[in-house]
Ligand binder design. Structure first.
Ligand SMILES: CC(C)(COP(=O)(O)OP(=O)(O)OC[C@H]1O[C@@H](n2cnc3c(N)ncnc32)[C@H](O)[C@@H]1OP(=O)(O)O)[C@@H](O)C(=O)NCCC(=O)NCCS
Length: 145
């Protein structure tokens, strides 16, 4: 399974995976801007999944903004490969912590992040009943040897 940096031509398929996964998507210009950040896709012509992350806090920490796999290709290690690559990139860049927000109802994602060693650092409960709360999860990275 091939993980690589996204190109502009990957954006339509990426947006479709996002729509299928979250029911809504960023605007196309947000994806184009993300090409300057850590924007990885898994797949060659057919995109199976994608991950978008940004470095922040003086490049000490990185935040995963989006991670989604096409529903037809889940449970085949696509997300794991994307996360493995992102972690390698961040470790090489000297980043020591990866953060993300995940809705409390997204059990597969929470299980995935736990498997990678992420810990829940805070839980934000919803203000209104029909909204999901979310967890802030963090992974401390050991420096590259
Ligand atoms: C969460 C998501 C990205 C996982 O992608 P995936 O490619 O299926 O994940 P992988 O095959 O790499 O799974 C790795 C591990 O994650 C966990 N996991 C993944 N899907 C799971 C599920 N449906 N139920 C329980 N655990 C699950 C397991 O621990 C799994 O390891 P295992 O197969 O050895 O048990 C995918 O389900 C998805 O796109 N969901 C919708 C979007 C989303 O919630 N994104 C995260 C927002 S922060």
């Amino acid at each position: 399974m091939h993980v690589r940096a996204a190109e502009e031509s990957d954006i339509p398929q990426t947006m479709e995976i996002e729509r299928l996964s979250f029911g809504q998507t960023w605007e196309i210009h947000n994806f184009k801007s993300a090409l300057k950040e850590t924007f990885l896709v898994c797949g060659r012509a057919e995109i199976l999944g994608f991950l978008i992350a940004v470095g922040c806090y003086r490049n000490i920490s990185a935040t995963i903004l989006k991670l989604a796999v096409h529903p037809d290709h889940r449970r085949k290690t696509v997300a794991s490969r994307l996360l493995d690559r992102a972690i390698d990139i961040f470790r090489s860049a000297g980043i020591t912590e990866i953060c993300l927000d995940v809705d409390m109802g997204r059990k597969p994602a929470i299980a995935l992040y736990h498997k990678f060693g992420f810990k829940i650092s805070k839980t934000i409960l919803p203000d209104v009943e029909d909204e999901d709360g979310y967890h802030i999860m963090k992974l401390a990275l050991t420096p590259e040897k």
